[in-house]
Design a protein around this ligand. Structure first.
Ligand SMILES: Cc1ncc(C[n+]2csc(CCOP(=O)(O)OP(=O)(O)O)c2C)c(N)n1
Ligand SMILES: [Mg+2]
Length: 556
């Protein structure tokens, strides 16, 4: 039986398990849209294609599944760039389908042409650095190969965005439906994930160490290795600190948690590592600028270092490891746990860890920290109440991240998604919407007022599809991180940081959503007691002082 390429694409998406596709139509992609009309895949019409990319990213992060975007040629595709770059940095499997002018007008100046010919923009080149695979499918004779290649990348453990662009005439060409049977859409395991993981050397390092520390990163969340990390930590008595992106790998309130390691954290984990650790075990964690305190050599000096990551590129990127294992973290930890048990390895003496944690409780914060705490009191109370009222099952997308690092104890029964990837503003709202399409869980998007104005139109996407969502915006009428740098490094010469906000109440009214302004703790109590934070769209505006900055210093 013959079917149009547009229909073949849709059937391919179905076989990949795509349930939602985020995007916006344009003339060049209408054949695929028309084929979607008859599919069980649901289309989500966004306000801006960047939102589609962030939504697909949010969906992929929440589900661990492949997600998809669809746009027209030219501006539709170029509008995706930041969101796809973000997904590329996060290695998220996102399939992007775009339209293109018909091949027979390539190079002639077709409307929105992006073939790269005749002076037109070169979409494939544009996406080359932010996708794992990017191709204009000009003919059907290699269609099976291209779709196989795309599926292989999307299903691999080292995935990333894939862009397939279909010229209009190619979408309408007829091909044999049986081509689909030559395309493999089943997940594969590579043998390196299963077998031969060299855990012996790591076992030995752990046995020899007196005060090992696990540094758990986002890779642990991607590998769904939370249980194995808790098992290793508890059975061997190894404290765990997380990178910012790894927050929540083990609950911040669990007995062996050292909290976050990073320049914007409270520094507890940093001090413990400096004073006591003799072995650092990096699990799915890089040693990036923030986690490493700008690659502070003191953190690693005199310590043994071990690393497990499924991504070979991450191994020994910025440090030399005594043991570096490439492989699936979950598998590697299971192998390690077995080995430790076989060796009868005993639990570490945690006296130093306990006295470190005890001393933190008794240490009163210095004057500057106290002043800051009072300026951020409302923020702290907000996070405390969020923790109490939503101890489990919530999804939290956070673009601010600085506050949460110090004030938010992420329960391991909640899903916390800090802005990762390329740390782009304008991410939390669409990402949270995308995730909420996957899971019907209480969902929060937390962001600053600057970031809010970059993406607030996507709230209307949530309105259109009846997606319950809580948007928490910190109203300080400034971009405080920029203001902070201008105080600390540029002698209070403020430029392009302050701005006037819209009236959030009127804005919410015009969007047809609820608004709550928080100026004191009573407002917070009312918010959590009365508002329906699970079934409606709420814009929660928390007022904070323009001159309150986190105390860490940025270095460049
Ligand atoms: C797309 C993008 N542009 C610029 C930046 C640089 N940047 C980082 S933080 C920041 C200020 C954010 O302001 P706001 O959202 O109001 O948050 P606040 O710092 O006030 O909490 C800017 C402009 C960025 N991260 N992403
Ligand atoms: Mg702000």
């Amino acid at each position: 039986m013959k079917i149009a390429v547009s229909e073949l694409i849709v059937r391919y998406l179905e076989r990949l398990g795509i349930e939602y596709i985020f995007g916006m139509p344009g003339a060049h992609i209408l054949p695929v849209y028309d084929s979607l009309y008859d599919s069980k895949i649901k289309t989500v019409l966004v306000k801006h294609e960047q939102g589609a990319a962030f939504m697909a990213g949010g969906y992929a992060r929440a589900s661990g599944k492949i997600s998809a975007c669809i746009t027209t040629a030219g501006p539709g595709a170029t509008n995706l760039v930041t969101g796809i770059a973000n997904a590329y940095a996060d290695k998220q499997p996102i399939l992007i389908i775009t339209g293109e002018t018909s091949t027979y007008i390539f190079g002639k100046g077709g409307l929105q042409e992006s073939s790269g010919e005749g002076g037109s923009i070169d979409q494939t080149a544009l996406f080359k650095g932010i996708t794992k695979y990017s191709k204009i499918v000009e003919r059907t004779d290699y269609l099976v190969h291209v779709l196989n290649q795309a599926a292989k990348i999307l299903l691999s453990s080292n995935s990333g965005p894939v862009l397939l662009s279909f010229p209009y005439n190619v979408q309408k060409e007829m091909v044999d439906a049986s081509l689909l049977d030559s395309i493999s859409t089943a997940a594969r395991f590579s043998s390196s994930q299963q077998n031969c993981l060299p855990v012996d050397a790591l076992t030995q390092l752990i046995i020899e160490a007196q005060h090992p520390v696990i540094v758990a990163g986002y890779g642990c969340i991607k590998a769904v290795a939370q249980t194995e990390i808790s098992q290793l930590s508890e059975s061997m008595g190894i404290p765990v600190t997380t990178s910012l992106k790894g927050k929540g790998v083990i609950g911040d309130d669990s007995e062996l948690s050292l909290g976050c390691l990073g320049v914007t954290s409270n520094g507890d984990a940093y001090r413990y590592i400096l004073e006591h650790a003799d072995l650092l075990i990096f699990l799915g964690a890089g040693f990036n600028e923030r986690t490493s305190y700008l690659w502070d050599s003191k953190l690693l000096a005199g310590k043994k270092v071990a690393q497990i990551d499924h991504d070979a590129e991450q191994l020994e990127k910025v440090f030399q490891a005594d043991v570096a294992i490439q492989g699936d973290i979950k598998h590697a930890l299971n192998a390690l746990l077995e080995k430790m048990e076989d060796c009868g390895a005993g639990r570490k003496n945690l006296a130093k860890f306990h006295s470190h944690m005890e001393s933190l409780k008794n240490n009163s914060p210095d004057i500057q920290a106290k002043e800051l705490q009072s300026k951020f009191a409302l923020v702290k109370q907000f996070y405390a109440k969020l923790e109490t009222h939503f101890p489990e099952n919530a999804m939290i997308f956070d673009d601010n991240i600085i506050f949460a690092q110090s004030y938010f104890n992420v329960s391991s029964d909640n899903s916390y998604f800090p802005n990762s990837g390329i740390s782009s503003l304008g991410h939390a709202i669409p990402a949270a919407i995308g995730a909420r399409f996957f899971a019907q869980k209480p969902t929060f998007a937390i962001l600053g007022d600057g970031g809010f104005q970059m993406c607030c139109m996507e709230i209307m996407t949530a309105v259109n599809y009846g997606i319950p969502l809580n948007i928490v915006v910190f109203n300080n009428a400034t971009m405080s991180l920029i203001r902070k740098n201008q105080v600390q490094l540029y002698n209070n010469r403020f430029i392009d940081c302050d701005f006037v906000n819209p009236d959030f109440h009127l804005l919410a009214m015009s969007f047809g959503i609820r608004h709550k302004k928080i100026v004191n703790e009573n407002d917070l109590d009312e918010l959590f007691a009365n508002s329906d934070l699970t079934a409606s769209i709420n814009l929660i505006e928390i007022m904070i002082d323009k001159d309150a900055y986190p105390s860490y210093r940025s270095g460049r």
